[in-house]
Design a protein around this ligand. Structure first.
Ligand SMILES: Cc1cc2nc3c(=O)[nH]c(=O)nc-3n(C[C@H](O)[C@H](O)[C@H](O)COP(=O)(O)OP(=O)(O)OC[C@H]3O[C@@H](n4cnc5c(N)ncnc54)[C@H](O)[C@@H]3O)c2cc1C
Length: 492
């Protein structure tokens, strides 16, 4: 069984709950709020709560999912209740020269929803209203994947989304959003019909194909935190039809052979099929490489078994589960709620079949775990792409990565109190793996796996759509109020 982030934390015994985590990191004194800033004025004008260091709930609200960035703590957290509150917070921050950032689910890989200024936190806004007659669902800005699922399940309709229940619908949607239904139903953004956004000037705009269409275009793949704060998303729903799901594992795998057969299955599979491969690099070479493959098929398990037969012919799995289930049972079986940890994950889109040289690099790097840290997890993943994702033109939305076969990622996790030199060994392993795979994949990366180490991120995330995104940014946020290390700039 592969070690997921959540399992890693549980087994390492480092972090049982968020509250404990904050104390362990000694965070509560790390925040230095400017004493001349009129925080009381903000507290009085918000309908929601202003939370400051030392207040109940500060620790939980401040900490990001990637605790690598846990020392970047906000001077204040505006827990907004509605779009008017978001507007109040933005205007207050601007008037007082305080840096601001939006936080929804807090799962930014790069810690880009952390700030030392004002965190505008939409987490209290979780309402989800499904309209069965209209075939739509309206999700407010702080809802998580789990809130969306809970509202849709009773109606037996769905929206293509990720498998981690705690990820924010806002961040997921703004950067694209894929999950096990994406090859059949498209990305999360492909179901978006309208979004409400509070801009840097405090305007509350509706964005759709007919209202503010340029901004609507940018909100579909332009990435979170760039243009304003989105306070609702309305999606078109699709029928949640029955699926077969699988979960198989292999020990001591020939990684090149298994990746090759899986990629060939994927290349010819119908849109109904999706998969995610998780290869686990062994810290001790004697343990061998492990693989866990999970996935979904819209249809009966007999068809799924036919699709997977070439894989099983290459290597018999150690464990093999295939279930015919309802869509929602399938979602439960595939869900993984990875709790907070310190991690790095870097990605590359795979345009077509990886050749034998690339497969050899992939297997070789997996066998070269640095083993500088005993309690760590390190590995590489392959997520299926293609299908309905590619039915939309690359320029039709800001999301340019439409024609890939798969998404490759390599990552490591470690305990928060790990020695920096040991962490360096893990990070170097990721970087080398990523660099050596690049000639065999592409220079494109997934903006929702946002990667602070990327230098040419403008091209990697946005390709030919970057220039249009800059033009939208200049129009909606000319003073660059919404900015972070990899935000869309106001000029090229
Ligand atoms: C455990 C885990 C599982 C994941 N699984 C998937 C998956 O299955 N599929 C997938 O596609 N991605 C997945 N991701 C990536 C995920 O989509 C991105 O990390 C996403 O940006 C997280 O959104 P968030 O709201 O949780 O994070 P946040 O950190 O709150 O926000 C992410 C970015 O969006 C900005 N932002 C937040 N709220 C708003 C808002 N209301 N308006 C405008 N900007 C805002 C933030 O400032 C930040 O820059 C996963 C990530 C993790 C850590």
């Amino acid at each position: 069984m592969l070690v997921s982030r959540r399992q890693f934390l549980a087994t390492s015994g480092q972090l049982a709950v968020m509250a404990g985590l904050g104390s362990q990191l000694g965070l509560l004194s790390a925040c230095s709020a400017g004493s001349s800033v009129p925080w009381d004025g903000l507290a009085k004008s918000l309908r929601g709560r202003l939370i400051r260091a030392g207040d109940p709930g500060y620790e939980n609200a401040a900490l990001p999912n990637n605790v690598r960035y846990a020392k970047v703590l906000p001077a204040g957290i505006a827990r907004c209740t509605d779009a008017a509150d978001v507007r109040t917070a933005i205007r207050w921050a601007r008037e007082n020269g305080v840096e601001l950032v939006a936080r929804a689910g807090g799962h930014s890989y790069g810690g880009y929803s952390a700030t030392r200024g004002l965190m505008i936190d939409v987490n209290g806004m979780t309402n989800v209203e499904a309209d069965a007659a209209a075939g739509t669902v309206r999700v407010v800005g702080g809802a998580r994947n789990s809130d969306l699922a809970a509202a849709l399940r009773p109606l037996d309709v769905t929206v293509s989304a990720g498998r981690c229940p705690d990820v924010g619908a806002a961040g997921l949607t703004l950067g694209g959003g894929f999950g096990f239904s994406a090859r059949k139903l498209g990305l999360t953004i492909d179901a978006l019909v309208e979004t409400e956004m509070v801009t840097a000037s405090g305007e509350i705009l509706t964005c759709s194909a007919v209202e503010n269409p340029d901004l609507f275009w940018a909100c579909r793949g332009g990435g979170g935190g760039n243009f304003g704060i989105n306070t609702s998303f309305t999606f078109r729903t699709a029928a949640a039809s029955d699926v077969a799901v699988f979960r198989c594992s292999w020990d001591h795998v020939d990684a090149a052979a298994l990746l090759d057969v899986f990629q060939r299955v994927l290349a010819t599979a119908p849109d109904e099929f999706s998969m995610r491969l998780g290869f686990d690099a062994p810290a001790d070479p004697k343990d061998g490489i492990k693989l866990e493959a999970i996935g979904q098929y819209f249809g009966p398990s007999a068809n799924l078994a036919d699709l997977l037969a070439p894989v099983f012919a290459v290597a018999a799995p150690t464990t093999r589960e295939v279930h015919d289930v309802t869509y929602w049972q399938g979602r439960d079986l595939l869900a993984d709620n990875e709790g907070p940890s310190a991690f790095i994950e870097r990605s590359q889109f795979v345009p077509g079949l990886i050749g034998s040289d690339g497969l050899a690099v992939f297997a070789d790097r997996l066998r070269s775990h640095p083993a500088t840290v005993a309690a760590s997890s390190a590995g590489a993943k392959i997520f299926s792409w293609g299908g309905a994702i590619g039915h939309v033109a690359p320029a039709a939305t800001a999301f340019v990565h439409r024609d890939a076969l798969a998404l490759f990622s390599v990552g490591v996790n470690w305990a928060v109190d790990e020695r920096p030199s040991a962490v360096r060994g893990l990070v170097d392993w990721v970087d080398r793996f990523w660099q050596e795979m690049a000639p065999h994949t592409s220079s494109r990366s997934y903006q929702n796996f946002i990667d602070p180490a990327l230098t040419d991120w403008q091209h990697a995330y946005y390709g030919d759509n970057f220039e249009r995104l800059v033009n939208v940014k200049r129009t909606v946020d000319p003073d660059n109020i919404f900015h972070f290390a990899q935000s869309i700039p106001t000029r090229i």
